[in-house]
Each structure stands twice: as structure tokens, then as C-alpha cells.
Ligand binder design. Structure first.
Ligand code: AMP
Length: 139
């Protein structure tokens, strides 16, 4: 199946759908996951279209992982997380549900299980506050 430009992240990138933005540069955008697996769950997407790690040009992937490292540092500091999980799923059998490549940044804590699936929509006011907390750490 070819890349579908009507996917939700493409629509966010075009400004058609709102998001709680954390960071943006020429090549990438980072925003809060709407159904967080933990407080601070953030997504990083390339502006270049590509469904998964196999489809995205290497330069766009490099820019995306650079942003992921930078934002993950800020997420870690903003949520005082001793651990941070970075996840990236390729294909429906792997659990991918949005077919525009993205990295998940999820704070992790000793003895605290991550929610297995993104079950519930978060309160937008809470997401806005979390995005501001991360932006403050990005400087
Ligand atoms: P994946 O299963 O890796 O494809 O993850 C897709 C992620 O996108 C899930 O964690 C969803 O909660 C998240 N998501 C879906 N729609 C939106 C949206 N409009 N804004 C922010 N995150 C979203």
C-alpha cells in the first residue's frame, strides 16, 4: 500500500488537525501523544512522508532520530524519569496504527508498569501543561 497523505500525522503536519506541540524544526515535529501510555508520552515525526523505517529516506530518518534524542532528554528532565523508552513500530503486525513514521518517547519508572495500549484520550489541558513542561526543558 502506498503512503496515504490523509493519515492523521500528515494532517497535523499540514496544520489541519491541532496538536500539543513540543518542538519543531525544518525537518521534524514533536507533539504529545493524545492517548499517552505514561505522562509525558511524546511523538516525533519527520516532515518527509514515509510509512515506516524502510520507506523514509536515510537523511530524513537521521534528522528524526536527532530530534528524538533531543526531545527525549527534555522529556526525561521534565518528568524526572529514571528510564525512557523509545519505540518505533513498522507494519500493522508490529502494532503500527498510524502509517507515517514516528518515534514514541515514553518515560519509565521503577516498579511502575506502562499502560499496554493507548486506551484513553488524555485531558487536553493536561497535555498542554505537559507540552509546556517539556518545552521549558528544551530551552
Ligand atoms: P503506533 O501504534 O506506533 O502507530 O502509534 C500511533 C500513536 O499515535 C498512538 O500512541 C496514538 O495514541 C497516537 N495518536 C493517534 N492520533 C493522534 C493525534 N491526533 N494526536 C496525537 N497522537 C495521536
Amino acid at each position: 500500500m502506498p503512503y496515504d497523505p490523509s493519515n492523521i500525522f500528515a494532517r497535523i503536519l499540514r496544520g489541519e488537525v491541532p496538536c500539543h506541540k513540543v518542538y519543531e524544526d525544518e525537518h521534524t515535529l514533536a507533539f504529545m501523544d493524545i492517548m499517552p501510555q505514561a505522562e509525558g508520552h511524546t511523538l516525533v515525526v519527520p516532515k518527509t512522508p514515509g510509512q515506516d523505517i524502510f520507506e523514509l529516506p536515510a537523511e530524513a530518518l537521521a534528522a528524526t532520530i536527532r530530534t528524538t534524542q533531543r526531545v527525549a532528554r527534555a522529556v526525561r528532565d521534565a518528568f524526572e524519569a529514571p528510564g525512557v523508552m523509545i519505540a518505533q513500530l513498522n507494519g500493522a503486525p508490529a502494532g503500527q496504527t498510524v502509517f507515517h513514521l514516528h518515534f514514541h518517547i515514553v518515560p519509565r519508572y521503577h516498579g511502575k508498569d506502562m499502560r499496554m495500549t493507548s486506551g484513553a484520550m488524555a485531558d487536553p489541558a493536561v497535555l498542554a501543561e505537559h507540552a509546556a513542561r517539556i518545552r521549558a526543558k528544551l530551552g
